[in-house]
Ligand binder design. Structure first.
Ligand SMILES: Cc1ncc(COP(=O)(O)O)c(C=O)c1O
Length: 376
């Protein structure tokens, strides 16, 4: 028997390109003709436009969202001899970045409803850090799936201990807490422009945003060999630059981001309505915050069965993420965990299921998914 054809994929970065083809092709042609391909006017313009869109922070682009986290840690002088607290229910990138700078990850649990860092467990590890670990020097909450983490409580706990917070906004471009966008609450925060993200390049890209021009200048130097002046390294840096082509493409896509986030919320509302009366609950929204639905994630105890039913009806799904970081072979049995041993995380990894979610989904595709959800 042949595999069913997927008529509604879970994600579709090619569709994102096709929807804006004329403007993107023109931007690419402009860069190709310019003869300037690295750190030029497109990058400068994109950084300025992103900073304006975000709020009052300075923006420094780089090669990808993992490098953005590593640069943010470096800018706060976090490295060997420091521990950094984050979650295990995240893209492995968050943890990889901590080890890239030579620091030691300490992974804690998530809140069961919102899937983001549990502030109560954070409070407990900051009050009584695990024996044998280097001192905790930073905390990285992840605004996962497009939903802001419990930042107010996280920041209050960290402030009491004098520990900086770095927001990982890779999945939450445009999400807000109150009237402010995530990425503006902390001294330094990071974004990814991986193609499927709410603001996605047609390749790799990342951004670090900083609350002070001094910090931004240091990050800008660190992303290019530690140069303040060309060819003179004041400190040891790396090479992590956004290229002109991606910057020009991202400038086009940034203009549509708010409308695309609104479309994601519209699709989420349609899925919510289709689920009413079913045994599956729609994703919980954090009060006072606005979700931007990078992913629409259900908790499904009999996941394999539901996934198979959706697949049979041509509906693609994803699992974000099938294994917590601490259970992956590269990290297993060597990564420090908080007192809960990430129990909530381990259950979530067995039950989460992501439905199709991207702004170019047609009304007919959304209606098809809703019909299948009603029949579950
Ligand atoms: C939560 C989170 N942090 C960091 C990253 C890293 O971004 P990139 O893939 O651009 O390195 C990603 C994306 O994969 C992510 O989802």
């Amino acid at each position: 028997m042949s595999a069913p054809t997927i008529s509604v994929p879970q994600a579709n970065p090619g569709g994102g390109y096709r929807a804006l083809r004329g403007a993107i092709d023109a931007a690419v042609a402009r860069v190709l003709e310019s003869g300037w391909y690295i750190l030029g006017q497109e990058v400068r313009a994109f950084e300025a436009e992103f900073a304006t869109w975000l709020g009052n922070h300075a923006a420094v682009s780089c090669g990808n969202g993992t490098d953005a986290l590593a640069l943010a840690l470096r800018a706060l002088d976090v490295g060997p001899g420091a521990s950094v607290v984050t979650v295990s229910h995240t893209a492995v990138a968050t943890v990889a970045a901590i080890e890239m700078v030579g620091a030691t990850p300490l992974l804690i649990d998530i809140e069961p409803d919102c899937y983001t860092m549990d502030p109560a467990e954070l409070e407990s590890v900051l009050a009584r850090p695990p024996v044998g670990l280097p001192p905790i020097r930073a905390v990285i909450p992840v605004h996962l799936y497009g939903q802001p983490a419990a930042l107010e409580r996280i920041q209050a706990v960290c402030q009491a201990h004098g520990i900086p917070v770095i927001e990982d906004c890779a999945q939450a471009h445009g999400a807000t807490i109150g009237s402010r966008k995530v990425g503006t609450f902390t001294e330094v925060a990071t974004f990814s422009f991986y193609p499927t993200k709410n603001l996605g390049a047609l390749g790799d890209g990342g951004m670090v945003v900083a609350s002070s021009p001094e910090l931004a200048a240091r990050i800008a130097a660190l992303r290019q060999y530690g140069w303040k002046t060309h060819y003179i390294s004041d400190e040891v840096g790396v090479n992590s630059r956004l290229d002109e082509l991606q910057a020009a493409i991202l400038r086009v896509k940034l203009q549509h981001l708010d409308a695309q986030n609104a479309r994601r919320r519209e699709i989420a509302a349609a899925y919510d309505a289709a689920l009413s009366g079913s045994t599956l609950a729609p994703p919980v929204r954090r009060p006072g915050a606005e979700h931007v639905f990078h992913l629409y994630v259900l908790r499904v105890p009999d996941r394999a069965d539901v996934q198979a039913q959706l697949r049979a009806a041509g509906v693609g799904t994803g699992i974000h993420y099938p294994s917590p970081v601490h259970l992956q072979p590269a990290y297993m049995e060597r990564i420090a965990l908080g007192p809960s041993s990430c129990r909530v995380t381990e259950i979530a990894a067995q039950q989460v299921l992501s439905l199709p979610m991207f702004p170019e989904l047609t009304d007919a595709q959304v209606a098809h998914v809703c019909g299948v959800l009603r029949s579950l």
